[in-house]
Design a protein around this ligand. Structure first.
Ligand SMILES: Cc1cc2nc3c(=O)[nH]c(=O)nc-3n(C[C@H](O)[C@H](O)[C@H](O)COP(=O)(O)OP(=O)(O)OC[C@H]3O[C@@H](n4cnc5c(N)ncnc54)[C@H](O)[C@@H]3O)c2cc1C
Length: 462
């Protein structure tokens, strides 16, 4: 029988911990990282009665890769667990205030729901997703070519794939056929301020006694007899704890190495540079494209290799879906990479967007952001314990886990509670009950020692 958690009981010493003033030198759990994932784990543990300390090298929550996120909330993953997590995860954003249970003096991040159209082309990603939507219960409409034309009248519906780069003659060829249609998910959307979302989670954790320490770099993870005993910081401080969570984003591999776990997992993680570009949306489309009810929407376009997301103020974000023709930009040192958008990258993606939006002006001056994904070998995250007792990982988020911050925090807290309570997660992977949907979320899919998951898209689609 599978272990299924619905509620986690606090550790034995929780009562005593709550009575004594938490100290930064001894806590129940250290979370390395105050990005949206680390902040969510901190909140969920604090809610369950743990004395938590999130430690981050940067000055504030969400200042790492979270701050550059497109923060798209969609459901188009390649595995049951991927779709189930995203569907459950959306519900956290849908009532963010209720999830937090507190106010933030800076205001709350806002979930905007313009929906998303996943374009259909032969062999396209929708073929994996639609059966999973049926299984999970994600609402969608299946638009044929005529309905796509009715819904997105200003949109070029030619089929140009597979994606190419603009220096390839094939890029400029006329379409020989039309797209088959699109899969419309009305509940998809985006979060308007990803960094603020992390700050919101910080404030919520603090309301439960959770603590944060910024400008502090973890330089060592101490352990004795196979059990974590604490972390050491660059300023010489020691923090004693029996639980450490690696939520260090693109620094995840370096943190695993500090814990002596770099070679103890089948699935590795590596930082990869990505650019997202900003352009003014064409005047004839309010943002991305008009639907019949005159709403703007998001587009996932595997046929040209980009996604399009509306932005406040009439702008458009153009991101990459990692088409095979594009070079992958692996980064050796996550503290040393080109943070400027390149003219080549800008032109490549914005020209692809212009195929769909013929009136899109391609500016001479590139605009956008360059940041790092923490990519797992199969582009599926690792939410797991490790071979070092007390050392947990929430890593390999592969450019696609912002949306899952709420549910990932819940799952990690359930997992940590179960394992610290004596459950053998490796032998009998924990299945978490989704708080909002009741879906069973099988954490075995996110195991560190899985065989590479061949169902994956091996792209940001997960
Ligand atoms: C360009 C881009 C676009 C994206 N778009 C989307 C999207 O549309 N939808 C989606 O769902 N996801 C998206 N993602 C992915 C999503 O943003 C990430 O999965 C998520 O933000 C990762 O959060 P995190 O908390 O794990 O990492 P981070 O936000 O990177 O936080 C990790 C933190 O750990 C700290 N840290 C590292 N090492 C140490 C150390 N030794 N000591 C102390 N602190 C340390 C860092 O300073 C950092 O603040 C995108 C990502 C990028 C880069």
């Amino acid at each position: 029988m599978r272990y299924m958690t619905t509620m986690w009981l606090p550790p034995d010493d929780a009562e005593e911990s709550q009575m004594s003033q938490p100290s930064e030198s001894t806590v129940d759990a250290v979370v390395i990282g105050a990005g949206v994932i680390g902040a969510s784990i901190g909140l969920e543990l604090a809610r369950r009665g743990w004395q938590t300390l999130n430690i981050d090298a940067l000055p504030a929550a969400g200042f790492g890769s979270t701050s550059s996120s497109s923060a798209v909330v969609r459901f188009s993953y390649s595995t049951f667990a991927g779709v189930a997590m995203a569907w459950e995860g959306m519900h956290y954003w849908a009532d963010w205030q209720a999830h937090l249970g507190v106010d933030d003096e800076r205001g709350l991040a806002r979930f905007v729901q313009p929906g998303m159209v996943l374009l259909k082309e032969p062999g396209g990603h929708h073929e994996r997703c639609v059966p999973l939507y049926d299984q999970v219960g994600v609402p969608y409409e299946d638009w044929d070519a005529d309905e796509l034309a009715r819904q997105l009248p200003t949109f070029d519906r030619g089929s140009y794939g597979p994606p190419t780069t603009a220096d390839d003659d094939a890029f400029w060829a006329d379409a020989e056929r039309q797209l088959e249609g699109g899969i419309w998910t009305p509940d998809a959307g985006y979060v308007n301020d990803p960094q603020l979302a992390a700050h919101n989670l910080q404030r919520a954790a603090e309301a439960h006694g959770g603590r944060y320490r910024f400008h502090a770099t973890v330089t060592a993870i101490d352990h004795t007899n196979g059990q974590v005993t604490g972390v050491r910081l660059s300023d010489g401080t020691c923090v004693h704890t029996r639980v450490v969570v690696n939520a260090a984003g693109p620094h995840s591999a370096a943190i695993n190495a500090l814990a002596g776990q770099a070679d103890r997992m089948s699935i590795g993680t590596r930082p990869m540079r990505h650019e997202v570009h900003h352009v003014a949306a064409p005047a004839n489309t309010a943002n991305t494209a008009n639907t019949a009810n005159d709403r703007t929407t998001q587009i996932a376009d595997g046929d040209t290799g980009v996604y399009l997301r509306p932005e406040v103020g009439g702008n458009l974000l153009v991101g990459s879906l990692d088409p095979e023709c594009d070079d992958q930009e692996w980064v050796e040192d996550p503290d040393d990479f080109n943070r400027a958008v390149t003219a080549d990258g800008f032109e490549r993606q914005v020209l692809r967007a212009a195929r769909r939006l013929p009136d899109l002006a391609v500016p001479n001056k590139p605009s956008g952001i360059a940041a790092l994904y923490d990519v797992a070998d199969d582009w599926i995250p690792i939410y797991d314990r490790t071979d070092l007792d007390g050392f947990y990982v929430a890593i390999g988020t592969s450019g696609n886990q912002f949306k899952n911050a709420g549910v990932a925090g819940h799952c990690m807290a359930e997992l940590i509670g179960a394992v610290e309570g004596g459950h053998d997660h490796d032998a009998d992977p924990v299945v978490v009950a989704g708080t909002h949907t009741g879906l069973r979320l099988p954490l075995g899919t996110f195991c560190r020692n899985r065989i590479i998951n061949r169902k994956s898209s091996f792209s940001v689609n997960g």
